[in-house]
Design a protein around this ligand. Structure first.
Ligand code: WT7
Length: 653
């Protein structure tokens, strides 16, 4: 109890306020927009943002070009919204096609750096040609509008190329993070009923080669919808080959034309599916569409990170997560920005790899996660001090709450006390930042500040009443352009997960507190999701991986605070009759989960117990386990059938 109470008190006393530098405010994109619309200050901007149709209509004018005008900005039939109704559109028009007629065709879109050190620059023109060729190749394989294509690729330019090629012809991409296992890949491919998958032989990570193609081979045994597998040659590794199914990327694009017509879609047609963990076992396929998503992600990137043509933008997130989809691929390309794309590990071959990249390429705006910041903090600031980081002008953080200590370290040692930190709160489902500072917002370390203009957030108590200075459920009161359009083939789950607790109000699943100044402090998940290094993993997914081990009868997984990763995974297992506990078995269970879900989900601790606390109806009380292990009050246990199991937990072996 002591620790959780302390945390709250520390947050309450975190009263430092950092005012934005005057020059930054004066030249900011958001200030320019306010001036053009006769808006005097942030409060007035927030007020004008409440008129959703007016506001998003004005924003859309600046950032996107529809093929044909929309009839209505918003059609809201809760819980489904349609944005820019009736417009014909394709996000690739804004991300690539439109730049081909301007000076930007010769601007660098991506500065790519492989882990071994090679650097490759791709201009908007070069990117466009690569995309057209692959799009034509996909067409030649029979991929059509609405078909799903699986992408299982590392952080190399071929991942954005493949995403854009799909979108160009109206196919729906479904990217699976390259750190997920064959099983996780198979499950997602099968749910999406993907027709084609694109991967590579292997890639570099911490100096070794990580195989992907062999994972795909294993996955495809369980994903019968896949007809073809396109393989990009990244390392030249020897790989198994199926003549009937596998195709080399370089061979199928070789003779393709350098032009491919962009499919005219409806603004509300599906752009992609991205699977994310939920509270029950199966991951959810979050749906994002072309039109609203383009508007929401692009405006937020332009305003929050203030990207200008001279900037070098680096969002370190892997494209396998939503952060990479929105802010490494779509929004930066629509803005015509230059982005860094780095294949490898942040601390390879030395802990200063990132600082070296910032110095060599002159990165000006840098966006990363609290986990990464805490890791670098542990290595020490001497690694950053070896480099000239004076090109930086703005910093950002995402994925989990940033503790004030890490905030201050980042501000001081990376930003040289010049660069404000944009702590952006959002989710796979929201598609874009929701609660975030603008460069004109006074900052409080540890707070993501306020909802951006055009968005509306609140903290509700159990009865749906807004509360101030107390923890409650974070909710979004109005629809927003980049919101999820639903869950793939799971309408009922969409309704019950997000829209049922409070009618017509979006339930984010986070606990937050709003202070007297209207600043939001995110405190973590309310539901059964563990955030490991900013990656979202469902407790239920880990548990089902555990019980698929032949020795395990029952399992419960919980998240435990971890100084670097935010949370680490701890599992308690009941072994099957007659199975002996051993150190080897413990190791084997950890590896089994790693194999089932992927390296991100490997538990740090595995404990053996004789029984898990259960309700009379047989449901394992995860909340009780978590409370007990974290030393918090276990609360009402009157429904437990075996209260004695609680004390067993702390005596576990
Ligand atoms: C969950 C969403 C959205 C990009 C990456 C994660 C947590 C995200 C913050 C932040 C505190 C944050 C929340 C949220 N989260 N950003 N700035 N401060 N918590 O996407 O995997 O869908 O996870 O990440 O708990 O619900 P995701």
């Amino acid at each position: 109890m002591a620790t959780s109470k302390e945390t709250v008190e520390v947050l309450l006393t975190e009263s430092r306020v950092f005012m934005p530098p005057k020059e930054l405010v004066e030249c900011s994109n958001v200030k320019r927009w306010m001036e053009a619309h006769g808006i005097r200050d942030l409060d007035e901007l927030l007020k004008r943002g409440e008129d959703l149709e007016w506001f998003w209509g004005e924003v859309a004018k600046e950032f996107v070009e529809f093929y044909s005008p929309y009839k209505k900005v918003l059609e809201w039939n809760p819980p489904h919204a349609k944005w820019f109704v009736g417009a014909q559109y394709n996000i690739v028009h804004d991300a690539l096609d439109k730049h081909q007629n301007t000076w930007r065709r010769n601007k660098v879109a991506y500065i790519y750096e492989g882990e071994p050190g090679e650097v490759e620059k791709l201009t908007y023109r070069e990117l466009y040609i690569e995309v057209c060729k692959l799009a034509n190749a996909l067409k030649s394989l029979g991929v059509k509008k609405g078909d799903r294509v699986g992408l299982y690729l590392p952080m190399i330019p071929q991942l954005p190329i493949a995403m854009l090629a799909c979108a160009k012809i109206g196919a729906i991409h479904s990217v699976v993070f390259s750190g997920f296992s064959a099983m996780a890949l198979a499950e997602r491919m099968a749910d999406a009923e993907a027709k084609v998958i694109i991967t590579c032989d292997s890639f570099y990570r911490r100096g070794s080669k990580i195989p992907l193609k062999s994972q795909v081979d294993e996955a495809l045994k369980m994903a019968p919808s896949i007809e073809k597998c396109i393989v990009y040659k990244r390392t030249g590794d020897q790989i198994p080959w199926d003549e009937k199914r596998d195709l080399w990327w370089h061979e199928i694009v070789k003779d393709q034309p350098k032009f491919c017509e962009t499919e005219r879609m409806d603004a509300n047609d599906i752009l992609y599916l991205l699977y994310t963990s939920g509270t029950t076992g199966r991951p959810k396929g979050v749906i994002h569409c072309h039109g609203g998503y383009a508007v929401g992600t692009t405006m937020t990137l332009s305003w929050v990170f203030d990207l200008k043509d001279e900037d070098i933008w680096w969002c370190t997130a892997d494209i396998g997560w939503v952060t990479g989809h929105s802010y490494v691929v779509y929004a930066p390309l629509i803005l015509g920005a230059t982005s860094i794309l780095y294949e490898g590990a942040p601390d390879w071959p030395e802990p200063d790899r990132w600082w070296d990249i910032i110095e060599r390429h002159g990165v000006t705006v840098f966006y990363t996660s609290p986990t990464a910041i805490r890791m670098h903090m542990r290595f020490g600031e001497r690694w950053a001090q070896k480099h000239d980081l004076s090109s930086l002008r703005l910093l950002g953080s995402v994925g989990e709450p940033i503790n004030p200590e890490a905030w201050i370290w980042f501000y001081r040692h990376i930003g040289g006390e010049r660069c404000p930190i944009m702590d952006t709160w959002w989710q796979t489902e929201t598609g874009s930042f929701i609660i975030s500072p603008l460069p004109i917002t006074p900052l409080k370390p540890g707070s993501a500040t306020k909802p951006l203009p055009g968005f509306s957030a609140e903290v509700f108590d159990e009865y749906g009443k807004p509360v101030v200075n107390a923890g409650g459920n974070l909710v979004l009161l109005t629809p927003w352009p980049s919101m999820l359009m639903g869950l793939y083939k799971a309408e009922e789950r969409y309704r019950s997960t997000y829209w049922e607790k409070y009618p017509n109000v979006y339930l984010a699943g986070d606990i937050a507190r709003k202070d007297s100044d209207g600043y939001f402090w995110i405190q973590g998940r309310a539901d059964d999701i563990i955030k490991v290094a900013g990656h979202r993993i469902g407790n239920a997914e880990i548990e089902s991986a555990c019980v698929s081990h032949p020795a395990v009868a029952e399992a419960v997984a919980i998240g435990k605070p971890h100084p670097i990763k935010g949370e680490s995974i701890v599992v308690f297992v009941v072994l099957k009759e007659g199975v002996k506990e051993s150190e080897d078995l413990r190791k084997d269970i950890r590896l089994h989960v790693r194999k089932e879900i992927g390296p991100v989900a490997q538990p740090d601790e595995v404990w053996f117990v004789d029984a898990l606390p259960k309700t009379r109806s047989g449901k394992i009380m995860r909340r009780v386990v978590r409370a007990k292990i974290l030393g918090m009050p276990v609360g009402d246990i009157s429904t437990l059938s075996n209260p004695e199991a609680i004390d067993e937990l702390t005596k576990a072996r």
